[in-house]
Design a protein around this ligand. Structure first.
Ligand SMILES: [Zn+2]
Length: 688
């Protein structure tokens, strides 16, 4: 791991920061990001000044003669981290959101420059040696933890090794980078097509899909394996032949080509792990995570499999019953039928149409509701800085206030425009350092903008995404009052980062929270509790079998990297994990899907993290008063114990400090089965 970086959610990279314990006082009013309306030249000047300051700080650190102290070593190190992060955050944000393409190009180049500088620092063995000589035995716990973790990251990059080993590691890392991009490119390049001769095969698909797939000059329709083509067919097409062929084509992308690439990647990673003293890549890659080592990943996968099995089987029985309506002799559900049958059961037994809730979610009302909910939950208030300039006129600037004092700032860039990043993310702007700078962050989203004739109606999925990303933002800000930049905000172990936001998704689905803001945009009627209940049950259906599927992928991700590569038969392993955890009957193409499983390149053995964080999120959520989620002391205790420490201690301790024990799967199990256990209404589905 040459660059100490972490990926947040849908793509925001947070470079691990360090610190600045200078006695500087925070400016009375910190200027907003766009206060000076920088053009390209001003942007580059500011960025280069930050990179120079970082280099200068490293120079000061290395020039020290005599004993190493926090003041002469950790202070300049963290100062460098602060400057590098600020430079990287700003460049990365501008490349994603600046309306001018030329500005974005300059920002792209600046991102490369800043991350290059960060990589150089993360591999500097003189800096490592200086930090390693630091005596922190009398420092505060956060400082001790910071130094310990920083040294671990240096060692995981091999910085403490001799010259020959470091050179070998560099070669392997470069090789790995090439292999990763080849693996990804082989997947994206391999778009396969299924030919449809009879238009009736598109029966069941939505009209706009059929309109967009008219027969060509030869009278044939072409359906590809790209997501917009693939998803609807597997969920809605009545034709068994079409679904099966498209599924096979999709599962076989990049096969067999990526088999060789993956085997090379496994070998390279194995060699890296061995050089650094680990038995496997899975062990090496887990060393700076909550989970700690490969054995714990294996145990977690087992637990997940056991916990999801009974509920997933119950769901699969419902799918089989649905299949038998058309095929009375059917005895099992086959993998390629799964999505279609799930859709049919959702419709026939849960009586919910996702379009029916959109009139309750006009953008401005949702924004107001989310801000009010977050303010009440986290005991802060938000105040818009009217008239503050932004990089685009649609950008809003907001202050976070506590007891009349500003404790952070955020920007909302919420609607699409040409050239803008097209997903949803929280991006850091400044790390929060006590007495030095206030934390700042941006939400970059693409929700429909309200117009004179359309209030920007959102889907419930959009509403959930909004609150999820806002959760990252609040975490960054409330965790941003640290002594050091390197432990500010979301800088703890990478396998914890999603848990707080996943927990907030539960809040936004609660009838109590929804009723506080969701009103029909024409009639003003509050969203009916019955509609919310039906929505939640329909959403819950399929959860356990989805978890079972995710477990099979987590198992593959671990099995690929758990031992010496020679011992792995990729096809046999893939098929065995799919059969064991998904509970479905497989088809031959299921054995090939490792070649199209892109996360084997990036996440590698860490695919378990998504489920890991869902387990923690469910356990956290259960600690709140379910009769009134915002009531009592729990919200404030959660803020103080889980969010405010930022990365100043292990996330394992954050969890234990809040729960009084490590996380367990019990709450997660209840969440998986919500469609069966939610009481009360006549719309409750009967079990098969
Ligand atoms: Zn996220």
């Amino acid at each position: 791991m040459p660059l100490i970086a972490r990926q947040l959610c849908s793509g925001a990279l947070l470079i691990l920061a360090a610190t600045a314990a200078t006695a500087a006082r925070a400016p009375a009013v910190q200027p907003t990001l766009w206060a000076d309306r920088p053009d390209v030249a001003a942007f580059e000047t500011l960025e280069n000044r930050r990179l120079d300051a970082a280099r200068h700080a490293v120079g000061r650190l290395l020039a020290v003669r005599g004993p190493r102290t926090i003041a002469n070593t950790l202070v300049p190190y963290d100062r460098a981290i602060q400057q590098l992060n600020s430079a990287y955050y700003f460049a990365q944000l501008m490349l994603q959101v600046h309306p001018d393409a030329a500005f974005r190009d300059h920002a792209t180049a600046m991102t490369t420059k800043a991350s290059g500088e960060a990589t150089t620092l993360s591999l500097n063995h003189k800096v490592y040696a200086a930090l390693a000589r630091l005596d922190v035995s009398r420092a505060d716990a956060a400082t001790r933890y910071y130094v310990e973790r920083t040294l671990l990251e240096f060692r995981l990059a091999g910085v403490n090794k001799d010259d020959a080993t470091r050179a070998k590691l560099k070669t392997l890392q470069d090789q790995l980078t090439t292999e990763q991009s080849t693996f990804d490119r082989n997947i994206s390049d391999d778009v396969r097509t299924v030919i449809v001769s009879d238009p009736a095969e598109l029966d069941g698909l939505p009209p706009d899909y059929i309109d967009a797939h008219k027969p060509g000059a030869d009278g044939r329709i072409r359906i590809t394996t790209t997501y917009p083509d693939y998803g609807p067919v597997t969920s809605f097409a009545k034709s068994d032949r079409l679904r099966r062929e498209l599924y096979d084509a999709f599962q076989s992308r990049a096969y067999p080509k990526n088999g060789d690439v993956l085997r090379e990647m496994m070998q390279t990673r194995f060699e890296i792990a061995q050089l650094l003293g680990y038995d496997s890549w899975a062990d090496y890659n887990a060393a700076d995570k909550m989970i700690g080592n490969g054995r714990h990943i294996a145990a977690f996968i087992e637990q997940l499999g056991q916990t999801s099995r009974p509920l997933a089987d119950r769901e699969l029985a419902m799918l089989l019953a649905e299949k038998r309506k058309a095929d009375p002799g059917a005895t099992a559900v086959v993998s390629y039928e799964y999505r279609r049958l799930t859709e049919l059961v959702r419709r026939s037994q849960f009586d919910f149409d996702s379009q029916s809730v959109r009139p309750y979610f006009p953008y401005e009302r949702v924004k107001d509701g989310i801000l009010r909910t977050a303010a009440s939950l986290f005991h802060v208030s938000f105040r818009q800085e009217a008239g503050a300039p932004g990089w685009d006129p649609m950008v809003e600037t907001w202050d976070v206030i506590e007891n009349g004092r500003m404790i952070g700032r955020f920007y909302l860039d919420m609607h699409p425009r040409p050239g803008k990043y097209s997903h949803a993310e929280m991006a850091a702007v400044l790390d929060g350092i006590r007495g030095v700078q206030l934390p700042e962050a941006v939400l970059v989203c693409n929700f429909p903008a309200p117009t004179a004739t359309d209030p920007g109606l959102m889907t419930f999925g959009d509403v959930t995404t909004f609150f999820h990303e806002f959760g990252h933002l609040v975490h960054h800000i409330l965790g941003g009052r640290q002594r050091w930049a390197g432990i500010a905000g979301i800088s703890m172990e990478a396998d914890f980062a999603e848990a707080p936001s996943q927990m907030l998704e539960r809040f936004i689905a609660s009838p109590q929270v929804l009723a506080s803001f969701a009103r029909h945009y024409q009639t003003g009627e509050v969203i009916p509790a019955d509609l919310v209940a039906r929505m939640n049950r329909a959403t819950a259906f399929g959860r356990a079998s989805w978890v079972a599927f995710q477990t099979s992928y987590a198992a593959m991700s671990y099995d690929v990297y758990k031992a010496a590569p020679q011992s792995v038969d990729l096809e046999a392993m893939t098929l065995a994990d799919t059969r064991r955890f998904s509970g479905l009957v497989t088809v031959p193409s299921d054995a090939q899907v490792f070649a199209a499983f892109g996360h084997l390149a990036g996440y590698s053995s860490m695919y378990y993290t998504y489920m890991w964080d869902l387990v923690i999120a469910a356990d956290f959520f259960q600690q709140f008063d379910q009769a009134d989620l915002l009531a009592g002391e729990t919200p404030m205790r959660y803020r103080r114990v889980v969010l405010e420490p930022g990365g100043s201690m292990s996330a394992n301790d954050l969890v234990k400090n809040f729960l009084g024990r490590p996380q367990s799967l019990q709450a997660f199990e209840e969440w998986m089965g919500e469609e069966f256990t939610r009481d009360g209404t006549s719309a409750r589905p009967r079990s098969p």
